[in-house]
Design a protein around this ligand. Structure first.
Ligand SMILES: *Cc1c(COP(=O)(O)O)cnc(C)c1O
Length: 367
């Protein structure tokens, strides 16, 4: 048969390059025959989940032959009471990446465009391209979102503006008042997806916008995740708050059982352990200061971060530095896919993990 699969593939999908995840620890340990490698590549919580989560998982694991609650009632109830929002404004996702996809699928058609910043999360251009819509990348300002330029980029075909705040991979943060002033200027027919994957970290250091903003801006969708500060990245659970009207549509494109029963139970119990969250945020803040001091004393320029990672100019091709750190048992993240060829992103780990990272980086320059 002469027919080639590539001739059958939808043209929007044909040119997609897959999202490249951080290198798994098992891969590194297998390839280099080493143990106790340190993964600081995917902004995961170094503390892991709350002990309450582990207990909750034990309780539900014997029930995995049943389908999960397709409406996620108990998790929605817990989120609703924690954040004082009505259950009808919530949409649950298989990670907040799922939410990003729902929003894109609900609002974008091939003739439309969506706006995002240079150096913003790699998933936004991917989903826009997959849907055959046009992605408009706006030049960044000081490594972060240039909100004025983003407003100016909006045209009659714009359906969505993506904002990650704090931003990944740069860690930059738009303060509350500036965010509100921006939202006031966005035309009401344009959806703003405010991706707050790192909300817990930013809000710990500077008051961030809360879900109540959705009442003032019916075109606003705010997404959050359990993957970062709550330490549940492997279970895949995130959610959004929007008008109930938008939530109704988001729920129509959602697969019936998109969040599994373990993830639902884990997220519900994670919300009950404020102490564990606080511990995670405190370690992150203290260790970030330690990393900053190291960068300053070793002459590295870093981007001030409001999240659980720091991107810094490693004074070399970051892919080379990334590779040189691997045999030392350290997995960081090269930023060349983000068009930041000299920046390396390092997730803030536990004190001993960060020490290993700093010692390894120092030793590269001595050898
Ligand atoms: C990590 C991250 C997410 C969260 O992804 P999940 O699918 O919830 O694991 C979303 N947005 C940004 C900007 C991120 O860095």
């Amino acid at each position: 048969m002469d027919l080639e699969i590539k001739d059958l593939i939808n043209s929007s999908i044909k040119s997609l390059t897959p999202y490249e995840p951080g290198k798994p620890i098992e891969d590194l340990e297998r390839e280099y025959g080493i143990k106790n490698a340190v993964k600081l590549a995917s902004n995961e919580s170094p503390l892991g989940p709350s002990p309450k989560v582990l207990t909750a998982l034990e309780e539900v694991i014997s029930g995995v032959h049943r389908y999960p609650d397709g409406n996620g009632f108990r998790l929605k109830e817990a989120l609703s009471s924690k954040h004082s929002v009505d259950m009808s404004v919530l949409t649950l996702g298989n990670g907040s990446n799922d939410i990003i996809e729902f929003v894109a699928r609900c609002f974008l058609s091939p003739k439309d465009n969506a706006i995002y910043s240079k150096y913003a999360f790699a998933v936004y251009p991917l989903i826009v391209q997959a849907l055959g819509a046009e992605g408009i990348e706006v030049e960044a300002k000081d490594w972060g979102h240039d909100l004025q330029s983003m407003l100016e980029a909006i045209n009659k075909d714009t359906k969505i503006v993506f904002i990650a705040n704090p931003n990944n991979p740069t860690g930059t943060f738009i303060k509350k008042n500036e965010m509100i002033r921006f939202l006031e200027k966005v035309p009401s027919q344009v959806i703003v997806l405010l991706d707050q994957a790192y909300f817990d970290y930013s809000n710990y250091e500077s008051e961030d916008v809360s879900f109540s903003l959705v009442e003032d801006f019916p075109n606003l969708v705010i997404s959050r995740t359990f993957s970062k500060a709550y330490g549940l990245a492997g279970l895949r659970v995130g959610y959004s708050v929007s008008s109930s009207n938008i939530a109704d549509y988001l729920n129509r494109v959602r697969q019936p059982f998109n969040v599994n029963s373990l993830a639902l139970a884990a997220a519900e119990s994670a919300l009950k352990d404020d102490e564990h969250l606080e511990k995670c945020l405190r370690i992150n803040k203290d260790e970030k200061e330690r990393l900053y001091k190291y960068f300053i004393s070793h002459g590295y320029d870093y981007i001030e971060s409001f999240a659980n990672f720091v991107s810094f100019d490693c004074k070399d091709n970051s892919n080379e530095v990334f590779k040189s750190l691997l045999p030392k048992g350290v997995i960081a993240r090269s930023m060349d896919i983000y068009k930041m060829p000299n920046h390396l992103r390092v997730t803030i780990g536990l004190p001993e993990e960060n020490s290993i990272f700093m010692e390894s980086l120092t030793s590269l320059n001595e050898s």
